[in-house]
Design a protein around this ligand. Structure first.
Ligand code: HEM
Length: 206
């Protein structure tokens, strides 16, 4: 449980920040949303319902960079047929959710970071198999609800309290390097951050 929760969450935050420093317009849009709804305190759990764009960023990050790109291995409990293929009982099956999340037949501009595509979506399970970063069915991730509170809380706090920039002019490298169940970045994110002047007081009280 500990391993399943820590690695997936930290990788997702790193992918989210990499996408945001490469797309500063989206970063500024998220910050404006936070600034207009959260004043005088570091954002907390009670602010999250007022920050829909922040949730769009998390969803779009999980679409492009699902922390477990092949979910977990499952075994068929009976002989069955999937998409015309006969699957004998006991076969180990993987779901390529990374591929489904980038399928041009179901997503427009599938490789482009467009958080706005999630604007009318109110829960990650609403879209069915098309968007399933936590898997589906009875063996889906039991930490999904917790993740969808902790990720916006962590990402939102860091956006609210700090200025974020790339270290150079070139875009942050976005290659994946998957050696196991999870999908880290090939090159760890290096970015510059400094406290925002209007948040120094609030930060010094933490
Ligand atoms: C970004 C955050 C996370 C993502 C993307 C994620 C994704 C997943 C995926 C795809 C699976 C496999 C589902 C399947 O094969 O059908 C899974 C399983 C699991 N996850 Fe997560 N997870 C996240 C966070 C967490 C957290 C925070 C916890 C615990 C606090 C957690 C605990 C587990 C456990 C225990 C399983 C195994 C469930 C089983 O086999 O029945 N996960 N997760």
């Amino acid at each position: 449980m500990f391993v399943a929760g820590v690695d997936t969450m930290s990788l997702t935050l790193e992918w989210a920040f990499s996408l945001l420093v490469n797309n500063p317009d989206k970063l500024h849009k998220a910050r404006s949303e936070i600034d207009s709804h959260v004043q005088g305190h570091v954002l907390d759990d009670s602010d999250l319902t007022n920050l829909p764009y922040l949730h769009c960023i998390i969803h779009e990050t999980l679409r492009l960079y699902p922390a477990a790109p092949l979910l977990l291995p499952h075994a068929s409990s009976e002989d069955c047929t999937v998409g015309g293929y006969n699957i004998p009982r006991g076969t180990i099956l993987f779901t390529n959710i990374w591929g489904i999340h980038r399928d041009p037949k179901v997503w427009e501009e599938p490789t482009t970071f467009i958080p706005e595509r999630f604007e009318d979506v109110h829960g990650e399970r609403e879209m069915g198999i098309k968007f399933s970063p936590f898997g589906v069915g009875r063996r889906s991730c039991p930490g999904a609800g917790m993740s969808m509170r902790m990720l916006p809380l962590a990402l939102g706090t860091l956006i609210q309290c700090f200025e974020w920039e790339r270290v150079g002019r070139e875009q942050v490298e976005m290659d994946e390097h998957s050696t196991g169940v999870t999908m880290p970045k090939a090159m760890p994110l290096v970015a510059m951050c400094k406290p925002r002047s209007n948040m120094v007081n609030a930060l010094s009280q933490i």
